[in-house]
Every structure is written in C-alpha cells, then in structure tokens.
Design a protein around this ligand. Structure first.
Ligand code: ADP
Length: 159
C-alpha cells in the first residue's frame, strides 16, 4: 500500500498541477494533496477557495483527498503515515531548490522519499503566478486552469 502526499500552495490549482495529480494517482494507492498555510505569502485565494477548487477538480479520482497543513512537509507526511512526497519539475530552475528540499527531508526522515514527475510539455511554462497574471489582465485562462478556477478569477477580478 503506497501512500503519498503532494504538497504545495495551489494558489490556485492549474492544469499543470492536475496533470501531476492524475499521473501520480495512477502509481500510488492513496494520494493526499496538502495545501500549505504559508504565513509568509499573502495568497490571492483563501484556504477555503483553494481547497474547494482542488476538491471539485479531483472528485473523479477515488484515491485522491485534499487536506490543509501548516509547518514542515515532512511532519505532514509522517502524520499521514505517507512514505512518499510527490513534486513536479518544470525546468532546470526548479531543480536546484527541489533537490535541496528533497535532501533536507530525506536527512530528517530517511524512511520518506521524494518522487519527481517531469511536467508534460504543454504545461512546462505554467505556474500559478503566470495564471494569475494572465487572469489579472483579463486574458483567456481556459488553457491554463480548470473552469472552476477560471470562474474564481472572474469573481475576484470582475472580468
Ligand atoms: P510551492 O509553493 O510549494 O512551489 P506550488 O503550488 O507552486 O507550490 O507547486 C506545487 C508543486 O507542483 C511543485 O512541486 C511544483 O514544482 C509543481 N508544479 C507547479 N506547476 C507545475 C507544472 N506546470 N508542471 C509540473 N509541475 C508543476
């Protein structure tokens, strides 16, 4: 029984995140998406909004659940008895920091490993920040985020 967590800010969830979720859900038995409460960052969407976008867009996957967490990712993994942390890699620029985080986590708890999924090419450029920028200027986000998030942007920005 392989249980994994997929941690992130998901402010908001994009089609790039959903691609990783879909692929990870095929190789693990149980996938818990962890939405981080980050006191340093001021998110555009509230925790409730970010959670509800994720729940809505992952409801078709019976082995995927969504939770919120605060503090260290490794503690969130331990609390859920998960032995795997899933992360996505877009470009070399992600690599350095992701490797550092993965090595730190592994040194804290050698029982827990990080598994990376490389982005599908069509989402290689995509981040939540990019989606927010495109939405802010009123451009079409339908190729970047699921419909429920596009609707969320419309409410937030009124366009
Ligand atoms: P964080 O703030 O922890 O980076 P994000 O919500 O931005 O959280 O991302 C969560 C994870 O999803 C990270 O591992 C990130 O690299 C990955 N990710 C984000 N966008 C994409 C994408 N377009 N393709 C593949 N992985 C992605």
């Amino acid at each position: 029984m392989i249980k994994a967590i997929y941690p992130g800010s998901f402010d908001p969830v994009t089609l790039g995140h959903l691609d990783i979720i879909k692929r990870a859900a095929k190789v693990v038995d149980e996938l818990i998406i962890g939405v981080l409460v980050n006191k340093e960052k001021k998110p555009l969407f509230t925790m409730e909004e970010r959670m509800s976008f994720l729940k809505e867009t992952t409801k078709e996957f019976s082995n995927v659940t969504v939770q919120t967490f605060e503090g260290l990712t490794i503690d969130f993994a331990r609390k859920n008895q998960a032995k795997l942390i899933i992360r996505g890699l877009r470009a070399v620029t992600d690599f350095e920091s992701e490797m550092q985080i993965a090595q730190t986590n592994h040194s804290i708890d050698p029982e827990i490993d990080t598994m990376f999924f490389t982005t599908s090419l069509e989402y290689a450029f995509l981040s939540s920040t990019i989606a927010k920028e495109v939405a802010y200027y009123g451009s079409d986000v339908s190729k970047l985020v699921p419909p429920v998030v596009a609707e969320g942007f419309r409410k937030k920005y009124g366009k």
